[in-house]
Design a protein around this ligand. Structure first.
Ligand code: B4P
Length: 330
């Protein structure tokens, strides 16, 4: 009522990718197109988490060790979107610690227990191409809509927890275009501790970093960025190349060879070239996009996506890296 929290109205639509079968939940919030883009590298950008408005603070010490506070997101598009923010400034590019992971997992378990039909997602946007806009270390969480099944849920369904080794690579769905690394977590939450979460996260982080190393020759400016997604059932890491589709530059097509002109050749009537369909969309993508939950801010992009939902997979690919499920790591 007093304006401390500004919930942006949005409409949501469920779609499905025709090739991969990946389910999408598209949130359309046209009002956000008018909002200036926040830029984490801007000097004028003050840290909103240093002294947050009292009305937004749910707990000043959620982990009872002084490390984290629990805040309401000031600019959500879904209700009860919360932030776990470090009390002391830490950089958003820093890796998650075992303590961070355990806090996030315990938080999910507690929130999931409130209603057995509701599952919560915790996500972490790390690095400049991950979709993050704030440099102060924070994890975010909201409820996964009750009738929405992510592709990671399907990938992990019926699978036991394991740690990757030479023989067993992290799970990766070969039907989607983008690289991602997933591990199922134990069904029994009492067997999940800091060590198990840390080993799961670091084994996936290792795959993600190896990925950056492999691409460094081709893209020397590449800055390490990735998303972490965590539910009670699985953990997923996604290496990122761009935060938005408009930053992606497709590889130039090889030039057509010049036609030979010979005197004998009769000139063929020129075919009318059909104008190519414009398949570019304007999307900024953070971790939630890689669970199939996409935020769209402009009408043109929304219309294109409704007509061709597969443009989402194309965008996730453009902002990530190619799927590596058919390759062994070197
Ligand atoms: P970041 O990790 O840095 O950035 P982000 O979530 O990608 O949101 P961004 O700020 O780039 O906004 P966008 O237009 O993409 O997280 C920073 C978080 O801190 C944000 O949640 C931000 O709102 C919040 N915040 C900023 N100033 C604050 C303050 N003073 N006090 C408390 N919180 C503050 O997206 C607009 C909104 O939609 C964001 O809330 C975003 O998280 C949310 N969103 C994006 N995709 C979504 C999806 N698929 N479903 C539901 N919500 C989604």
């Amino acid at each position: 009522k007093n304006g401390s929290l500004k919930l942006t109205e949005s409409t949501s639509k469920k779609l499905k990718d025709s090739v991969s079968g990946m389910p999408y939940l598209v949130n359309f919030a046209p009002i956000l197109a008018e909002k200036p883009e926040s830029n984490s590298s801007s000097e004028s950008n003050e840290d909103p988490f240093e002294n947050p408005c009292d009305d937004l603070i749910v707990s000043k010490d959620i982990n009872e060790d002084g490390s984290y506070k629990l805040l309401l997101n000031k600019y959500p598009i879904v209700p009860e979107h919360i932030l776990l923010v470090t009390n002391e400034f830490k950089d958003q590019s820093s890796a998650l610690t075992p303590n961070d992971l355990m806090l996030a997992y315990k938080f999910i378990c507690k929130m999931d227990n409130e209603d057995e039909n509701i599952r919560n997602l915790v996500f972490y946007n790390s690095g400049p191409a991950s979709g993050s806009s704030q440099n102060h270390k924070h994890l975010q969480s909201f409820k996964i809509p009750s009738n929405f099944i992510t592709f990671q849920d399907k990938l992990c369904s019926g699978k036991d927890h394991f740690l990757p080794n030479i023989k067993d690579e992290p799970l990766q769905d070969n039907k989607v275009a983008f690289a991602h690394f997933v591990l199922p977590l134990p069904e029994d939450s009492t067997s999940v501790d800091e060590d198990l979460l840390a080993m799961s996260y670091f084994s996936l982080l290792q795959r993600t970093l190896t990925f950056f190393q492999d691409w460094l020759n081709e893209k020397p400016d590449l800055v390490k960025s990735y998303n972490v997604l965590l539910t009670k059932n699985w953990i997923c890491l996604v290496p990122r190349s761009h935060s938005k589709t408009s930053d992606y530059k497709p590889e130039p097509k090889p030039e057509e060879p010049m036609e030979k002109i010979t005197e004998e050749t009769e000139e063929e009537p020129k075919k009318e070239e059909e104008p190519e369909e414009d398949l570019t969309v304007d999307l900024s993508i953070n971790a939630t996009g890689y669970a199939g939950m996409v935020l769209v801010k402009d009408q043109e992009t929304y219309d294109k996506i409704l007509k061709t939902p597969d443009l989402i997979d194309k965008s996730l690919f453009e902002c990530g890296f190619p799927n590596t499920s058919d390759k062994r790591p070197n």
